[in-house]
Design a protein around this ligand. Structure first.
Ligand SMILES: NC(=O)C1=CN([C@@H]2O[C@H](COP(=O)(O)OP(=O)(O)OC[C@H]3O[C@@H](n4cnc5c(N)ncnc54)[C@H](O)[C@@H]3O)[C@@H](O)[C@H]2O)C=CC1
Ligand SMILES: O=c1[nH]c(=O)c2[nH+]cn([C@@H]3O[C@H](COP(=O)(O)O)[C@@H](O)[C@H]3O)c2[nH]1
Ligand SMILES: [K+]
Length: 497
């Protein structure tokens, strides 16, 4: 007979935190949001520690290299999606690993034989007034010179004249080898009164441009998540179909962490794939999931998973529960899996971090997930709203929205799911829609972090391990849930101004 699991399937909206005693030292500035990312000996540090407990969803509408760079600069980690060719995913891993703060890959490039008219058009398109002149007109061609808006003007110079007539040749352009550090490059920019310092490799091919205007950039990001070579860290999603081809290429490109991405990780496919990955690449951490209960957690931990994602059907674009009738309220899932993680730690001495994935609709949901035992969170909708996410920004009557669609929607054309038994996709498990545009990731995340820290202060915790260990949660009734919201007519909607 079917077994009835004890307890009700509950979600974050049903809980609140009780304040604990706050000591005088416990202030937002003293709160540390460091979180373990991968399996480690209990009581020791994780080989990779997030500086802030956020990861971006393994989704086309979320995790572009631009978003992964912005998130790693905030101390979190982006997971580049895998619903495309190995080559395309590898190129995105390289784009993040090659990112050097203050070192820009030139987007305005011409050949000496191009016309000034073409150069002017290009500058108008990119909005940049410094162009690199290279032998092949690309950002990695041999550097032959620089040409800026100071060197020509469309009303003074013939549009048909060649770039070579106005460019400053490389012999007269101050430049450097690419192993120069940012502070050294900045020193040269100021001492030699330069606006731009190009860097080149041993054979004279262009690598980067360093601009004086980016001088303060690095100081804005004190909690960047970097590897031993000071390169930003990046994760990549993989699947249980083509991992034998995909993983070697991603590792070769320098990926820091992998995660098997599936709506249902409690499968022999995933155990087999984890075993293969740990056998061939023991040094590369690999996560598994998704699961919603302790039994599935232990199954994947035993198979070698270095972290485990929790969440089936709770995502904002999810319709898995409607379509397949599987899933579990995200709060119940996190609480159950966190208990299994702690039991696993007590039995084996190994700490396997867990990630709450999907369904975090408010900033306080993130805080609740962390209090309930998640080591870190993964978010799709949240990040899809920012400038750095790949979805198009669309104007509406009430402001801007950004496109956001599920990996199980028709739009995602997820080839993993085309084995449902017929031709094409027989049913969808995700929707295609819009989320309110939220501007720049750095500013949005700063607000979320401020709220999490304020709650931790109220709960008397200065780090996440203490927060988990001491948090007191209460269930809210429907009536008390209503009490949580403002019960006056708020000024903007009163119609008095
Ligand atoms: N977290 C969630 O609640 C949900 C997430 N999604 C997302 O949708 C995307 C697709 O997820 P899934 O459909 O679960 O993909 P999946 O690849 O894990 O599973 C698709 C189907 O392929 C089978 N399968 C797996 N490996 C196989 C192999 N090597 N050979 C033959 N068959 C194999 C599975 O049993 C399943 O029937 C992912 O990005 C996932 O994150 C979709 C629905 C819900
Ligand atoms: O049922 C689903 N159908 C889909 O098409 C789909 N695409 C992504 N995901 C999962 O949702 C997570 C992101 O959720 P949020 O937008 O709520 O942060 C992601 O991290 C995934 O776990 C899906 N779930
Ligand atoms: K299963």
């Amino acid at each position: 007979m079917a077994q009835l699991v004890e307890g009700i399937s509950r979600t974050f909206n049903e809980f609140l935190l009780l304040p604990n005693r706050t000591s005088l030292e416990c202030t937002p500035a003293a709160v540390d949001l460091r979180a373990p990312l991968v399996r480690h000996v209990a009581g020791e540090a994780s080989a990779i520690e997030l500086r802030t407990p956020f990861t971006s969803a393994i989704m086309q509408a979320v995790s572009s290299p631009e978003l992964a760079i912005a998130l790693a600069r905030e101390g979190g980690l982006g997971f580049l999606h895998h619903n495309r060719s190995v080559e395309d995913q590898v190129a995105d891993v390289r784009a993040v690993k090659n990112f050097k703060a203050g070192f820009v890959v030139s987007d305005t490039n011409v050949r000496p034989t191009d016309t000034l008219g073409h150069l002017w058009e290009l500058m108008e398109r990119t909005g940049h007034t410094t162009a690199a002149v290279t032998d092949d007109g690309t950002a990695s061609g041999r550097l032959l010179g620089l040409v800026t808006s100071r060197d020509f003007h469309p009303q003074r110079h013939d549009a048909a004249a060649l770039v070579s007539t106005r460019m400053v040749p490389v012999e007269k352009v101050a430049h450097s080898s690419d192993d120069i550090g940012l502070s050294e490059a900045n020193a040269r920019l100021w001492e030699e009164r330069l606006d731009c310092l190009p860097t080149v490799d041993e054979s004279g091919r262009l690598r980067h441009l360093v601009f004086r205007s980016d001088y303060t950039d690095n100081k804005r990001f004190p909690t960047q998540l970097v590897d031993d070579g000071k390169r930003l860290r990046v994760g990549a999603g993989v699947n249980t179909h083509d991992y034998r081809d995909r993983i070697p290429a991603l590792v070769e490109a320098g990926v820091d962490v992998l995660a098997f991405d599936s709506s249902d990780g409690f499968s022999d496919w995933q155990a087999e794939a984890l075993t293969w990955a740990k056998k061939h690449y023991p040094e590369v951490p690999v996560g598994g999931g998704n699961v919603v209960d302790g039994e599935a957690f232990t199954f994947l931990a035993d198979a070698g998973a270095d972290f485990i994602k929790v969440g089936v059907g709770g995502g904002s674009i999810c319709i898995t529960r409607d379509q397949k009738g599987i899933g579990r309220g995200q709060a119940s899932a996190v609480l159950d899996v966190a208990a299994a993680r702690d039991a696993y730690r007590d039995n084996t001495g190994q700490y396997v971090p867990i990630c709450s994935d999907g369904g975090l609709l408010h900033d306080y949901h993130v805080t609740l997930a962390l209090a309930m035992g998640a080591d870190f969170v993964m978010m799709g909708r949240y990040f899809a709203r920012f400038d750095q996410a790949p979805g198009a920004k669309v104007p509406t009557r009430d402001g801007f929205v950004k496109e956001y669609w599920g990996e199980g929607s028709s739009r995602a054309r997820n080839w993993q799911r085309y084995g449902q038994g017929g031709r094409g996709l027989l049913f969808e498990e995700g929707v295609d829609g819009y989320v309110p545009y939220a501007g720049d990731l750095h500013e949005g995340l700063a607000t979320t972090i401020a709220k999490i820290k304020a709650t931790m202060v109220s709960c008397g915790a200065m780090d996440l391990a203490t927060f988990k260990a001491t948090a007191r949660l209460t269930l809210v009734s429907e009536q008390s849930f209503q009490e949580s919201h403002a019960t006056v007519t708020v000024r903007e909607t009163a119609g008095l101004d």
